[in-house]
Design a binder for this molecule. Structure first.
Ligand code: CA
Length: 224
């Protein structure tokens, strides 16, 4: 065998190795995209939609998180129109406390409103996200007990504001907030919003097409 042939064979061999490594990595990536696991329990969480829906979606969200506000404005309305209002999907929210004290204050307030009147929860929830400043640095402080009470006064008039203030300042609803925080750890929530659909944790919660195809797959399973 001459040296030219040797070089050629070596190159072909290297190319084959590179191709195999590339294909193996690609296989890994497709497995990584969404992770299937147990679904978080939602019995004690605020839940929208048909209680008997075949598909349960859980959002792990943080009132201080700009991406959660964006998700609520861009993705949630489509989901609500297409799947929640039509009774196919129910939707629950669990608090995440990734942004420190302000996350906790907002979570304490939302749990107080939910405890006092579950029906009022979503109006209050939406009001907090709406109050999140759009353009300033999200590390600037905007969540305070006064602000939360003011939001309740304007948006959920049947809530006992004194009770709400106490639940925030004296941590009256800390037990509920801690329960949520335990789920965050148990389900290894690493970023917000984290969206779980019947136990499948989405890699990209902003990919609405992927959400739709996953929901449809789950609905088909139910019909089988
Ligand atoms: Ca909760």
């Amino acid at each position: 065998m001459n040296s030219k042939k040797m070089v050629m064979l070596t190159l072909v061999f290297i190319a084959a190795i590179v191709a195999i490594v590339f294909l193996l990595n690609k296989g890994d990536q497709s497995n990584q995209s969404d992770t299937k696991g147990p679904h978080p329990p939602t019995e004690q969480q605020p839940t929208l939609g048909n209680a008997d829906a075949a598909v349960s979606i859980v959002e792990f969200g943080d009132y201080k998180c700009p991406s959660c506000k964006a998700w609520g404005e861009k993705i949630f309305p489509q989901l609500e129109e297409e799947f929640i209002k039509t009774g196919k999907v129910k939707f629950s929210y669990i608090n995440v406390l990734f942004h420190g004290n302000e996350s906790t204050l907002a979570a304490l307030a939302s749990e107080s409103v939910y405890k006092q009147d579950p029906e009022s929860f979503w109006a209050f929830h939406n009001a907090i996200f709406a109050a999140q400043p759009a353009s300033q640095n999200h590390d600037d402080q905007w969540v305070t007990p006064e602000k939360l009470v003011e939001l309740a006064k304007d948006n959920v008039p049947n809530i006992d504001l004194k009770q709400l203030e106490e639940d925030i300042t004296k941590e009256g609803t800390m037990e509920e907030v801690k329960k949520d925080d335990d789920f965050v750890k148990e389900f290894e929530v690493a970023f917000t919003p984290t969206i779980i659909i019947n136990g499948v944790m989405l890699e990209d919660p902003f990919d609405y097409e992927a959400i739709v195809s996953l929901i449809e797959k789950e609905l088909e399973k139910k019909n089988e």
